[in-house]
Design a protein around this ligand. Structure first.
Ligand SMILES: CSCC[C@H](NC=O)C(=O)N[C@@H](Cc1ccccc1)C(=O)O
Length: 684
């Protein structure tokens, strides 16, 4: 670890994060009251640079903008008369606040509460409850859902009884002061909502994360009666929500690589007639759905790099109400919720772009009204060093147009380039504040251009585009990425001698794969990668993923489990490789990084392996995250230095990354969080 990279990362963290300490720094859940006069908001608050941010619920008065911290961890839900607000208070308890009297009552549930729904016109609350040992989705960082669950190495030996990690629907009855399970044993409930006949749910017969890929929509009929299947799909199902009168449900049918990252075709199912009406969203992949009233849905979606908000009627008509190619809303994918206002129907969303962090905004036909801006001097500083983000397009060898976002330093080109491949594969970049990973401004300030490509298989360009990667991971998607580098070279934007490839999960797989397929890379940094689909199949908690996306069976010795695994091509690698893994990752277990490192070492290639023992699929703890950024900058500096760039890049006469700061910047002690730098092999 060089002192230069370490002080760059320390200063970056201190200058971008310190001004936001103790304040909301993002917005993760928005729940407007039925009358539109208040909004319950959950967002992250960071108390110290040494601890990860924690979610906290707030209540905002729309007329005055007055904000009150409720505590709790969210999410929240309103009763239909607006007098009660339920919110997740601790991971295992729900508070129901009477907003008229101010009284609050708490209900303990036997697991981690994931979502809440108030029954229409009644006081009952539906809660999604996961057992402590249930898996976090890969999109949520993988590992056990609760910190209280025993660590993986102390688990009893697994058996085939499917006896752990279930998710169930529970009902809280505040009038009787009781809680009871309402979904039957033997059915795992991923999402649920009230409807006229009871409860609808996305459910599967097994609790494992992998079972989600085959889940169906069912009508729950009580804890002792098997549910009735009402919708199924060859793809995945999500975004379930029932109309306020409970006579219809809306959901999305989508080819998905991750639970919780859904972009697809919206459908409306009339629960009386059983008729399914597709919503005609044109080229927009729908990413969030919420009913405004009995007949209208508010839908959010992505269309290439553009974010779209629209209203859909029960007969499937679609009317766009807002769109932007410069700005977006929501988190991994666009998200917005309906709100009633004095100016008529509108929507509330956390709107952001590459230069501005999320601002809670109400949008109506009268315009946009910002209620809460999470911006602070730290985000201003980050904007000042983050360069410029450009939409960019190029053609793959087969003629297909591919799009991406290129962040460049404000210095003249050509720049050294980092190709940062998103996970999924069915996810997508759009011009957001974080660009998924939150590393881009630091890399740009260090002198690198960063390309965020949406190769075939990405979300936001329709189900046919997403499914182009099915049965061909590591095929045409490889050339979508290589042709981007060719196009940027031809345009004089980048220096082809200094191009690195990196990414997480599917992006980690592609980084390892690209290093085996082409020699042009000056460095490859696969994070949480898959490198051997065969061992991945037998160690991951999502082995449905590889069967779906390789469209093959692991027992086919001539098939893609072999022919698309980087490990079997390690001898071809000419690129120095830095492999990163999380010890608690159940999605792409750390053995995937270890195997590739050993294969490269066996062939005397230049490979370094770093495993963070306490991290999952995502490297989240501040210490490990800082260590990762230092390791990344060091590796890039060693193999493709961006000479002199930090000075060229400074905002207004000050050197952004090397300037000493006088506040409480976090040191980066590698030993404190014990990354296992398992090995370094200097090869050719
Ligand atoms: C290659 S095996 C598993 C890939 C994994 N998908 C399934 O769990 C994956 O790539 N996950 C992504 C999901 C993601 C995408 C965009 C934003 C947040 C999460 C990942 O964890 O990066």
């Amino acid at each position: 670890m060089t002192p230069t990279s370490r002080s760059s990362v320390e200063n970056y963290r201190a200058r971008t994060l310190t001004p936001g300490l103790g304040r909301l720094i993002d917005i993760t859940d928005i729940a407007p009251s039925p009358g539109g006069d208040r909004i319950a908001v959950t967002g992250n608050v960071m108390d110290s640079l040494d601890r990860p941010p924690h979610p906290t619920c707030h209540l905002i008065e729309v007329a005055t903008g007055k904000i009150r911290r409720l505590g709790g961890v969210g999410p929240s839900a309103w009763s239909s008369d607006g007098t009660s607000l339920a919110y997740v208070n601790t991971p295992t308890s729900v508070a129901i606040l009477d907003t008229v009297t101010g009284s609050r009552r708490s209900y303990e549930l036997p697991g981690v509460i994931e979502y809440l729904r108030f029954a229409p016109r009644k006081s009952s609350v539906l809660a999604g409850v996961a057992q402590m040992s249930a898996d976090r989705s890969g999109a949520d960082g993988s590992g056990a859902l609760s910190q209280d669950a025993p660590p993986l190495e102390t688990h009893p030996v697994e058996d085939s009884s499917h006896d752990a990690g279930w998710r169930h629907a529970w009902r809280i009855d505040p009038e009787e002061g009781t809680v009871c399970q309402v979904s039957p044993p033997g059915w795992n409930v991923w999402e649920a909502d009230w409807c006229a006949a009871g409860i609808v749910a996305v459910a599967s017969r097994h609790p494992e994360e992998s079972a989600w890929y085959h889940a169906r929509i069912v009508m729950l009929r009580g804890p002792h009666t098997p549910p009735r299947v009402i919708a199924r799909s060859a793809a995945q199902l999500g975004l379930l929500c029932a109309s306020p009168d409970g006579t219809a449900i809306a959901y999305a049918e989508a080819i998905c690589s991750d639970r919780g990252i859904v972009a697809g075709d919206a459908k409306i199912l009339d629960l009386h007639s059983q008729e399914i009406t597709p919503v005609d969203s044109g080229n927009v992949d729908v990413t969030s759905l919420a009913w405004r009233d009995e007949s209208t849905l508010l839908a959010t979606g992505q269309c290439n790099l553009t974010t779209v908000v629209a209203e859909a009627t029960r007969d499937g008509n679609w009317r766009q109400v807002w769109s932007s190619e410069q700005r977006t809303c929501g988190d991994w994918y666009p998200n917005a919720v309906p709100i009633a206002t004095d100016d008529g129907p509108g929507f509330a969303a956390a709107i952001h772009d590459y230069g501005h962090p999320p601002a809670l905004t109400i949008v109506t036909s009268a315009g946009e009204h910002t209620l809460l801006d999470t911006g602070n001097p730290g985000s201003d500083y980050r904007r000042s060093i983050g360069g410029t983000l450009h939409a960019t397009r190029w053609h793959a060898p087969d003629g297909l147009e591919i799009a991406g976002l290129l962040a460049t330093p404000n210095s003249p080109p050509p720049h050294p380039l980092i190709v940062l491949i998103h996970g999924g594969p069915v996810a997508a970049y759009r011009p957001s504040w974080n660009l998924i990973y939150d590393w881009t401004p630091l890399l740009v300030a260090s002198g690198y251009a960063v390309l965020h490509p949406n190769p075939r298989g990405s979300g936001g360009r329709g189900q046919q585009f997403a499914s182009l990667v099915r049965g061909d991971m590591g095929g045409a998607d490889t050339h979508d990425l290589i042709s981007a580098v060719d196009a940027l070279t031809q345009r004089g934007a980048i220096d082809p001698q200094r191009v690195a490839v990196t990414g997480r999960s599917y992006g980690g797989y592609m980084s390892a794969w690209l290093a085996t397929q082409d020699d042009r890379w000056a460095a490859a940094i696969p994070m949480a990668p898959v490198t051997n689909w065969i061992s991945q199949h037998f160690t991951t908690n999502i082995n449905s993923f590889d069967e779906i996306f390789l469209d093959d069976t692991v027992t086919n010795p001539a098939g893609r489990f072999f022919s698309r695994s980087p490990i079997f091509f390690a001898e071809r690698v000419r690129t120095p490789v830095l492999l990163i893994g999380g010890g608690q990752d159940r999605c792409t277990p750390p053995g995937q990084a270890v195997e590739f490192h050993h294969a490269l070492s066996h062939h005397e290639k230049d490979s370094t392996l770093v495993i963070y023992p306490n991290e999952g699929h995502h490297i989240n703890s501040p210490g490990a995250r800082s260590h990762l950024l230092v390791a990344l900058l060091d590796f890039l500096d060693q193999h493709m230095p961006a000479a002199g760039a930090p000075d060229r890049n400074r905002p207004s006469g000050s050197s952004p990354l090397q300037e000493p700061v006088t506040d409480n910047s976090a040191p980066v002690p590698p030993a404190a969080h014990d990354p296992r730098q398992a090995g370094r092999n200097r090869g050719r």
